[in-house]
Design a protein around this ligand. Structure first.
Ligand SMILES: Nc1ncnc2c1ncn2[C@@H]1O[C@H](COP(=O)(O)OP(=O)(O)OP(=O)(O)O)[C@@H](O)[C@H]1O
Length: 207
């Protein structure tokens, strides 16, 4: 598997270019951070990589990648469903029996320190809990490509550390992982960094 971004440029109508000729690759086992100031185009890049948005020019190749999950910056859930339901549902739709889906979902919630909240309604979760729940749901389905936008934005240091470790573990287990972040601890937990700070003039990848 390989995510290959080649000479990618994007500009919204009437705005200066967000990035130009951005070129980088992400391999399984090499979690990669996308960094840059607010408004530099991190979320836009994620949506282009996810295939939701057409770039102005350039290409995104998803070699041997058949499943993609994109975890948004803002968590979206069903107010009157439990936390556990949110993780179980995609597993049921993958064909797992309910008992197996629940076991797998609880294991995943454990990783993200959410197991004690399994029966809590989504609308009663805190922002950080809801954000971790969205991560647990995405990771539980074992996507080939995992795109994550600001996973630690609402978390304390210790919980952010847990999330960074889980994301590194997911990459190690063979997924292609790309994380947009402002958080230095997440940046440091990644093996590669794509910096959009200077990507208007010439794109680059910094280690
Ligand atoms: N559909 C759109 N049409 C026009 N402008 C847009 C559109 N989507 C995003 N923008 C603008 O493009 C710029 C980049 O937005 P984006 O959300 O990608 O930045 P970001 O780096 O993720 O920011 P943040 O760190 O604040 O989340 C912003 O100035 C934003 O207002």
């Amino acid at each position: 598997m390989l995510l290959k971004v080649d000479s990618l440029s994007h500009r919204f109508p009437g705005m200066p270019p967000l990035f130009e000729r951005l070129t980088f690759e992400v391999l399984p086992g090499v979690p990669t951070a996308v960094v840059g100031p607010s408004g530099s185009g991190k979320s836009t890049l994620m949506s282009i990589v996810a295939g939701w948005h057409e770039p102005t020019s350039g290409t995104v190749e998803r070699q041997d990648i058949s499943t993609t999950c994109w975890v948004f910056q803002n968590p979206y859930g069903v107010a009157r469903r439990t936390a556990l339901d949110h993780v179980v549902l995609p597993l049921l739709s993958q064909g797992l029996r309910r008992r197996d889906a629940e076991r797998q979902a609880l294991d995943m919630m454990d990783l993200f320190r959410l197991r004690d909240l399994s029966d809590r309604l989504f609308r009663h979760l805190s922002g950080g809990e809801a954000q971790r729940l969205m991560l647990a749901r995405a990771v539980a389905t074992r996507p080939d490509l995992l795109l994550v936008d600001e996973p630690t934005a609402q978390l304390d240091l210790a919980t952010a550390h847990t999330v960074n470790e889980v994301l590194a573990g997911i990459a190690e287990s063979g997924a292609v992982v790309l994380v947009a972040t402002h958080d230095p601890s997440t940046r440091d937990a990644c093996a590669e960094v794509v910096d959009l700070a200077n990507a208007q003039a010439s794109a680059h990848v910094a280690a």
